[in-house]
Design a protein around this ligand. Structure first.
Ligand SMILES: [Zn+2]
Length: 418
């Protein structure tokens, strides 16, 4: 019986990971439908760069301007891309001499826009090369437009303004999540105007210098266990446990799943469309929940907190985990997203995040250290140590053991440095 259950669970997990991998790629290329939040990416030493992806709102007339401008930009990029491809030349000064005038005349571009086209195309070829790709023609599939801060665009608390082929236009945008970035400490970089699914988005890299928390300066350790009944359980240096209830999330995801299942049986074009739409709604829902929980965590603890998460990137190999299909972590992209969000928020709040091996996290007694599978009863979500009889909820045990691993990490690190 148990074996059947295991082999039935495994394909579900692998499927989830397949979707997850796709999900991660999507995060990186900024291919979301509607993102009003930010994603985290690593900058240089002490530099944090966040890419804000905000929707902008246009009138019909403005939309026409944006379409004309971004299409001209796209066509110019494709035109120049062919020149670069056949000449194998990525030198900006030389390309400028050869093609600048023709580029402007052919596509009706203003000087700044022609310069941006050159930069965009050169950057694409250089990044393809540095990623080890063969020399091949790069094609720009979607209308887009790269905008240099303070020259081609500006953004304030109220409006987004940009240069188009018929002059400067000002547009309202989705401000949710953007308020914190106008305090003068953030630098805005070259933004990308993108049109997707009949909507307009602006991707803006925003950079801030933030001092990193050193391990020696950690004054609080918090183990964070991700589960399903309790979405996240934290255990801190004061011995306090906090449960972030996930029952509602579980219920909601169950609903999404049920709808999807009934649609899958129909196999029509419209049902497939709806399945996709539900998937997107679910992704947004998970993103929203992850935002709320990570925000609550970074705000709850004092500056200088070390958060300890399980490293579940090797979840496929972790046989202990694979059949625990009920866990939040079985949807590994959701976990990965949680980790990314916690990492960037922690940095902003003067905290730090580490990930540790998930080995024995759920089977170790946090009181006496005894490791046994029998310590844990998955059905009742309880833990009772077969050695010392210590009892607790199993999510809490996970958080306590992660806390212990965090403490061990600090003492190891300090020992090495002495
Ligand atoms: Zn024990």
């Amino acid at each position: 019986m148990a074996r059947t259950a295991k082999s039935a669970a495994a394909p579900t997990l692998i499927k989830a990971i397949a979707i997850a991998t796709a999900g991660i790629v999507i995060v990186k290329t900024g291919d979301f439908i509607k993102i009003l939040y930010n994603t985290f990416s690593e900058g240089g030493e002490g530099m944090t760069t966040i890419t804000a992806k905000i929707q902008i709102y246009v009138t019909e007339h403005q939309e026409e301007s944006l379409k004309i401008t971004s299409r001209a930009y796209q066509k110019a990029c494709n035109w120049l891309s062919e020149k670069v491809f056949s000449s194998k030349n990525v030198n900006q000064a030389q390309l400028n001499n050869l093609f600048y005038k023709e580029l402007r005349d052919t596509f009706g571009l203003k000087s700044q826009m022609a310069q941006s086209v050159m930069k965009t195309v050169i950057a694409s070829y250089k990044s393809a090369q540095s990623n080890g790709h063969d020399w091949s023609l790069i094609h720009y599939k979607r209308p887009s437009y790269d905008l240099v801060w303070n020259r081609d665009y500006s953004l304030n608390e109220r409006l987004f303004s940009l240069n188009t082929l018929d002059g400067r236009i000002k547009l309202p945008y989705e401000k949710k999540g953007m308020y914190d970035y106008f305090d003068g400490t953030w630098k805005f970089g070259t933004a990308k105007l993108v049109r997707k699914f009949d909507k307009w988005f602006l991707h803006i890299p925003m950079t801030k210098e933030i001092p990193q928390l050193n391990i020696q300066d950690v004054n609080n350790v918090v183990g964070v266990d991700l589960g399903i009944n309790f979405l996240a359980t934290s255990y801190d240096s004061k011995g306090k446990t906090t449960f972030f209830n996930g029952r509602k999330v579980k219920h909601k995801r169950g609903q999404f799943k049920a709808v999807r299942k009934s649609l899958q049986q129909r196999q029509t074009t419209s049902s497939r469309k709806r399945i996709r739409a539900i998937g997107q709604r679910e992704n947004r829902y998970v993103l929203d929940v992850n935002h709320q929980v990570t925000k609550a965590l970074v705000e709850r603890y004092p500056k200088g907190t070390l958060f300890v998460l399980e490293d579940l990137t090797g979840v496929r190999q972790a046989t202990e985990r694979i059949h625990v299909k009920n866990r939040y972590v079985s949807v590994s992209w959701a976990f990965y997203q949680f980790r990314q969000l916690l990492e960037y928020k922690a940095q902003l709040y003067g905290h730090k995040v580490i990930v540790v091996s998930p080995k024995d996290t759920s089977q170790t007694c946090p009181k006496c250290g005894h490791v046994a599978k029998r310590n844990r009863n998955k059905k009742t979500h309880t833990f009772m140590c077969v050695n010392c009889s210590y009892q607790s909820n199993d999510d809490r045990i996970g958080a306590m053991n992660l806390y212990r691993k965090g403490i061990a990490y600090i003492s190891d690190t300090v020992t090495v440095e002495v």
